[in-house]
Design a binder for this molecule. Structure first.
Ligand SMILES: NC(=O)c1ccc[n+]([C@@H]2O[C@H](COP(=O)([O-])OP(=O)(O)OC[C@H]3O[C@@H](n4cnc5c(N)ncnc54)[C@H](O)[C@@H]3O)[C@@H](O)[C@H]2O)c1
Length: 314
């Protein structure tokens, strides 16, 4: 019998990284977890704290604070490290600083002999995922961003509340940039197999409500940050779900940031789209049958992402 060890290396042990680590422990999603942070002492403290919960968890796990050399035999390297925006700092200046942070991370990860998958959560996540792909030289299928996974979860939750059904019975997606230009292709939103618009009197009856829900999804992060300074539990759970799909070779469909190669009429851009995820990363980008208007919105969102990238290049 072949017993495979599932090893995750987490770079960035801040709020997002540790919410993810806590979800990994509670859901028993890996056998070994290495914590890496610029602040080594913090990583050591976090490892101790998690280890003290092991006796109450559903399985055994080796958890320790480590170095980049420990990534060599990892299946997944997850990056949640980043610097926060300084007062008055432009988005582009922040992006440039985070690019430098990623160089200091991705280079030693690759030098360790790492041959697994990258999962990126640092914002702006679509551009940071593209940066990771370029710095690593890995095939794009092996470099995945959290994309609109969390936004999609927020949408399903709100639609579940609205229709009073389990969010897991709602099939709807948020596409494009994880940010202001993201959008919901309503023509593809279903409750079981029925388009949600038909459920409330052929669209017209609930158009305003659906638009309000879309706006709530788009602005959710701002509201949480205003109330408690940062968002981390939801994204930690989303990352754990993506990890389960990847390491479990599930072939599940999740909306992650993936490199487009002609799908949706877009090329050379990482954006949030439904993807089939398996042990090799992105097996397939699922192309939804968008209306002309939805295609135009997707193109607009990709244009925003390309502009950020070009700003970085320029
Ligand atoms: N993708 C999403 O949906 C989503 C949701 C929420 C937050 N985020 C993003 O996740 C990122 C992390 O957020 P957070 O709240 O955990 O921040 P945080 O400040 O709590 O944690 C960042 C961590 O990165 C570490 N770090 C900084 N530079 C490093 C380097 N060069 N090498 C190694 N570690 C380094 C810091 O020491 C710190 O522990 C942010 O970019 C945030 O915007 C993404």
């Amino acid at each position: 019998m072949k017993i495979g060890k599932r090893k995750v290396a987490l770079v960035g042990c801040g709020m997002v990284g540790m919410s993810y680590a806590y979800a990994l422990l509670n859901q028993n999603l890996c056998d070994e977890l290495v914590l890496i942070d610029l602040d080594k002492k913090r990583a050591e403290g976090e490892a101790m704290d998690l280890n003290h919960g092991l006796a109450f968890s559903g399985g055994n796990m080796k958890i320790f604070a480590g170095e980049y050399a420990d990534c060599g035999d990892a299946d997944l390297v997850v990056i949640c490290a980043g610097v926060a925006q300084k007062p008055g700092e432009s988005r582009l200046a922040l992006l440039q600083r985070n690019q430098a942070v990623f160089k200091s991370i991705v280079d030693p990860v690759v030098a360790s002999g790492f041959g697994g998958l990258f999962l990126v959560a640092t914002n702006p996540v679509d551009v940071m995922t593209r940066i990771t792909c370029r710095l690593s030289g890995f095939a794009p299928q092996r470099v995945i961003g959290t994309g609109t996974a969390l936004d999609t979860a927020r949408l399903r939750y709100l639609l579940g509340e609205y229709f009073d059904v389990d969010p897991r019975s709602i099939h709807a997606y948020v596409l494009g940039e994880h940010g202001d230009s993201e959008f919901v292709p309503w023509s593809q939103a279903l409750l079981a197999t029925r388009p949600v618009g038909q459920l409330c009197g052929d669209w017209g009856g609930c158009r305003e409500d659906l638009e309000r829900i879309e706006e709530e999804v788009r602005t959710a992060a701002y509201k949480i940050i205003e109330a408690k300074k940062a968002t981390y539990y939801g994204i930690g759970m989303a990352m754990a779900r993506i990890t389960r799909a990847l390491l479990g070779d599930e072939h599940s469909v999740l909306t992650v940031s993936a490199r487009l190669d002609g799908q949706y009429g877009q090329r050379d851009v990482f954006a949030g789209v439904p993807c089939v995820l398996c042990r090799d990363g992105v097996k397939q980008v699922v192309e939804l049958a968008l209306t002309q208007e939805e295609k135009a919105r997707f193109a607009d969102s990709c244009r925003t992402l390309q502009e950020s990238w070009q700003g970085l290049e320029g």
